[in-house]
Design a protein around this ligand. Structure first.
Ligand SMILES: [Zn+2]
Length: 88
């Protein structure tokens, strides 16, 4: 039995947290879409702010890589091996 409040944005989050698959019938995904549409409408600067944050994050990661070059090279090589193993 599920204690998820279906048809709500909170229900959508409960699906994700509990690992319960969404179904079109329960209405949670639609509720999430409506919530996100309203959120974007009431936060018109959301995309430009996300771009600025992505740019800052990329610069910070580059600076961090420069400060810890050996660790960065090891992590980069490990991720590269994982990607190749995935066949991408
Ligand atoms: Zn649901």
């Amino acid at each position: 039995m599920s204690d998820i409040e279906h048809g709500t944005y909170g229900g959508y989050q409960q699906h994700k947290v509990k690992g319960v698959p969404l179904t079109p019938e329960c209405g949670c995904e639609e509720a999430r879409n409506v919530y996100m549409r309203d959120y974007r409408a009431s936060h018109p600067d959301l995309r430009s702010r996300a771009r600025v944050h992505a740019k800052a994050r990329q610069r910070a990661l580059s600076a961090l890589a420069g400060l810890h070059q050996a660790d960065y090279n090891r992590l980069f090589a490990a991720e590269l091996r994982k990607i190749k193993a995935e066949g991408s």
